[in-house]
Design a protein around this ligand. Structure first.
Ligand code: SF4
Length: 322
C-alpha cells in the first residue's frame, strides 16, 4: 500500500490498480504444493543461497486447502477487513509454472473465483514457455483478466547471479520478458538492490535494462538473511557484509531516477519475517524506510524517470552535425 506522498515521486502500484479497475484491488495469496527446479536437481540442488524452505514467501494459507478454498477464504477475510470488492489471485510461493501443464490449468481456473479481475503468477525466468503462455493468453481473453508473470531476476549482473546460485543467467530473463510480451502478458521483475556483490553501477544497469525491455512492473526487495542458509553462513563468518540503510536508500533513489516513468513500481522495499533471520531491513519497519526514501526524493525534487534519457538513440538527441 502506498502513502499519499509517494504518488508524485514514483509510479505507485495501488494507484495504477485504482485507475485500471476503478477501485482498490487486493491480492489473494495462493500456495501450491510445489518445489523449485533450483532445489530438486533439475537446474540445481542447493537453491539460491538465501532461500529458506518456504520458497520466498511467508504469508500464505496452508497448501493443503484447495486453490478454490484458499482464494475464497482469503477473499472473505480481505473483503470484510478492507471493504474490498476486486481481487487478484496471487500464486506467490516457489515456482508456480514448474508443474505439469494440466495441473497448472486446473489451479489457474480454480483461482478465478467471483470478482477476481487478474491473476499474478510468480516464477523463474527459466520456467516460462509458449505452451503456458498460450494457455494464459486464452484465459486472459476468455475471462477478461489482467495476467502478470512475476519473474525473479534479483540482478542483471550475471556474475552476481552465479554467486547467488540462481541457476539461470540474464539471457533467460530477457527471453521470458520478450515471450510474455508476444502474448500480451505483463511482466513484474523482482530485484534485490543490496546484494553484497553489486554496486551502484549494477543498480543503474538494473533500471536501464528493465526500461529498455519495457517491463510493465517492478518489485524491489531488501536482502534478508536467514539462519541455516548458505548466505547466513557467509554473513556469520564475515565473508559478506551488507550496505548501510543510507546506501540502500541511495540505490533505490538512483534506480527510480533511471527507471522509465511508465513502469509501475509495486514495492521499493519488501516485508520479511523476523523469525530465524540474521538480518532484516536494518531492524526497521519496511514502511518507515519506504517513507524516508519518498521524503528524501521530495526534498531533492527528484522522481522516477528523471534520468531516463538513454533510450531511442541517446547520441542522436540534440546532435548538431557540422
Ligand atoms: S528460485 Fe525461489 S524457490 Fe527456487 S531456490 Fe531460488 S528463491 Fe528458492
Amino acid at each position: 500500500m502506498s502513502n499519499q506522498n509517494s504518488i508524485d515521486v514514483y509510479n505507485v502500484y495501488s494507484k495504477y490498480l485504482k485507475e485500471r479497475f476503478g477501485e482498490k484491488v487486493y491480492k489473494l495469496p495462493i500456495s501450491l504444493p510445489l518445489t523449485c527446479p533450483n532445489r530438486d536437481g533439475c537446474v540445481g540442488t542447493g537453491g539460491c543461497i538465501y532461500c529458506g524452505e518456504e520458497g520466498g514467501s511467508f504469508e500464505n494459507l496452508s497448501n493443503t486447502l484447495s486453490v478454490k478454498e484458499q482464494a475464497e477464504k482469503n477473499k472473505d477475510y480481505i473483503q470484510i477487513r478492507y471493504k474490498a470488492n476486486k481481487f487478484i489471485s496471487y500464486f506467490q510461493n516457489f515456482t508456480n509454472t514448474y508443474l505439469p501443464i494440466d495441473d497448472f490449468k486446473r489451479y489457474v481456473e480454480e483461482s478465478i473465483v467471483d470478482r477476481v479481475v487478474g491473476i499474478s503468477i510468480s516464477t523463474r525466468p527459466d520456467c516460462i514457455n509458449d505452451e503456458y503462455l498460450e494457455y494464459l493468453d486464452y484465459i486472459k481473453k476468455r475471462y477478461d483478466l489482467e495476467i502478470t508473470i512475476e519473474l525473479g531476476l534479483q540482478t542483471v549482473n550475471y556474475h552476481t547471479l552465479k554467486k547467488i546460485n540462481r541457476g539461470h543467467t540474464l539471457a533467460e530473463f530477457l527471453d521470458a520478458v520478450i515471450r510474455n510480451k508476444r502474448y500480451g502478458i505483463r511482466t513484474c521483475a523482482h530485484l534485490i538492490l543490496n546484494l553484497p556483490w553489486d554496486d551502484m553501477d549494477d543498480t543503474i544497469e538494473n533500471a536501464k535494462i528493465l526500461s529498455a525491455l519495457g517491463v510493465e512492473e517492478v518489485k524491489l526487495h531488501g536482502l534478508y538473511i536467514l539462519d541455516k542458509t548458505e548466505l547466513g553462513n557467509m554473513y556469520k563468518s564475515g565473508e559478506i557484509s551488507i550496505i548501510s540503510k543510507e546506501e540502500y536508500k541511495e540505490r533505490v533513489i538512483k534506480f527510480l531516477e533511471y527507471l522509465d516513468e511508465e513502469i509501475v513500481v509495486q514495492r521499493i522495499i519488501g516485508r520479511a519475517p523476523e523469525e530465524n533471520s540474521l538480518f532484516v531491513n536494518w531492524n526497521e519497519s519496511w514502511w518507515k524506510i519506504r517513507d524516508e526514501i519518498v521524503s528524501d526524493m521530495e526534498k531533492r525534487q527528484t522522481r522516477q524517470g528523471i534520468k531516463c534519457d538513454y533510450l531511442n538513440g541517446k547520441a542522436l538527441k540534440n546532435k548538431k552535425y557540422i
